[in-house]
Design a protein around this ligand. Sequence first.
Ligand code: GLN
Length: 189
Amino acid sequence: GPLVGVLALQGDVVDHRRVLGSVGARTRTVRRPEELVGLDGLVIPGGESTVIDRLSRRFGLREPLVAALRAGLPAYGSCAGMIMLADTLVDGLGDQQTFGGLDVTVRRNAFGRQVDSFETDLDLAGLDSPVHAVFIRAPWVERAGASVEVLASAHGHPVAVRQGSLLATSFHPEATGDHRVHGLFVDSL
Ligand code: GLN
């Protein structure tokens, strides 16, 4: 199967590796620039985008990772990973930066207090039955460029998007038994 890196600075690394393995990918954790070499794809897990941003800069990973995305490395970002793939961020903390690549504006911690964290079944384009989606202090997509395909929405906002070889979801498919979102990504590699 394809070799998929899992960015392992912080967040749900172990669960993503397990699910990727179950849909036929080989995996490698990525903390250092040389671990980007030879990947067929990259998963950016959920966690805390401010921490992922800070550690990526401290470990010298930010620049090579941005370059790899610009050069066309396919990537899937979940929750904080969606934030990291967005070109533009609303409600980031301080000088928080993203890697970019997706022509979207995302709002961090978008759903607000009453629905801070929730689960729901979502219709997702490309899947033949609803996917169970777990949202944990999740972002939503506030603006999507013309080349961005909206795959699913919740509370009136896109929560799953695709642009070329980049995929992002506001929710955490690694936290459920449903591996079809990872399957969509791995099958595209
Ligand atoms: N709120 C987190 C952030 O800003 C994302 C939460 C998550 O990934 N579950 O990065």
